[in-house]
Structure formats: C-alpha cells, structure tokens
Design a protein around this ligand. Sequence first.
Ligand code: HEC
Length: 179
Amino acid sequence: MTDWFRTRTERVLLLTLPALLAACAAPVAPRTESARLGQPVANHERLNVFPDGRGLPPGHGNVAGGRELFARHCAACHGDAGQGGTAEELAGAKRPLNASSPDKTIGSYWPYATTLFDFIRRAKPMNAPGTLSADEVYALCAWLLHVNGVIDGDAVLDAQTLPAIPMPNRDGFLRIEAP
Ligand code: HEC
C-alpha cells in the first residue's frame, strides 16, 4: 500500500514538474480566451458568413419549421408575421425604399440572404443569443424569406440554396473596393 502510494506520488510529481516549471517561466498571460485589445477574436472568423456562402455550416431548414420557431422565439418582439411589435418589422414592407420614410425589411432592403443566417445565429433570440442550432437558423431564414415573398413555401434552405437566392435589393448597394 505504502509502496503503491509512494510510486504514484512520484509519478504524479514527475508528470507535473515540467508543467509547473513552465508555468513559472512563462510570462504572465491572460487565462481566458476573452477578447483582448489589438488581438483577433478567436471565434470571429469561424462565425462569419459571407455573401457567397462561405462560412455556412452543414444543415437545412424549411418554411414550416421556421414558422414554429418564430412563434416560439421571436414573435413576442417582432409580431406574429414579422410585421413588427416592440422590435422592428422584419417583413411586410409597404412604403418603397424611395419613399420619404421607407420600410426597410429583409425583403425590401437586405442585399444578401446569407446575412440573415449570420445575424440570426450570432444575435438571436435577443434574450438568448447563440442558442439556436444550424438547422433552426436555416428554418428561421426560410420562414422570414417566405413571408417577405422572396422564396416559395416549399423551399428548403442549406449551404447551397441560401446563397443562391436573388434578393430583391441585391443591386441597391454600391460595392466600394478597397484601394
Ligand atoms: C426580446 C426581444 C426580441 C426577440 C425575442 C427577438 N428579437 Fe430580433 N430584434 C430585436 C430588436 C430590439 C432588434 C433591433 C436591434 C438589433 O438589431 O439588435 C431586432 C432586430 C432583428 C433583426 C434585424 C432587423 C433589421 O432589419 O435590422 C432580425 C433579422 C431579427 N431581429 C430576427 C429575430 C429572430 C429570427 C428572432 C427569434 C429567433 C428574434 N429576432 C427575436 C428584439 C428581439
């Protein structure tokens, strides 16, 4: 028993000693992965979804699934049909973009469908961001694009179909290339 204990203690000490020495020698470094000024944010690149679909995860979702999810997670603030409530309208634009106070909805204003995926995954629901699965985000995009009149009710969205959606206002923004 004593022998076993001694050997085990020795083994543990032997294993941890290099780590202890390294820890003493290492410069003081932040122990967490939290953002630091001037340093890239670790998760940033992984979460970005670009207009051409780069960054979209595997998974898929349809309009019917999105309707249920929206009722459960989003309607309280955005209204049953995304018409707006305590939070802004997401669908149902009536005043065009050239009106003096235009309705800027997903369907009337957003140039890329992929931005919707990026934004919902990153920021929604507002009271619990980051809790939706990829399938759920695809489904929410499908429902929102459907109620905006952009896609049919039987559409299924995934990493291939979402970037291929021609958004009504896709040519409404000027692309300024970096010099
Ligand atoms: C607690 C209230 C609340 C809930 C719940 C909520 N939102 Fe929002 N949402 C807001 C507010 C406030 C804004 C405007 C500020 C902002 O952009 O964050 C917004 C903005 C948005 C926008 C951007 C609108 C635009 O044109 O700029 C989208 C898209 C959106 N929400 C989708 C959703 C979806 C999808 C859900 C459910 C998964 C959801 N929201 C749940 C409050 C909420």
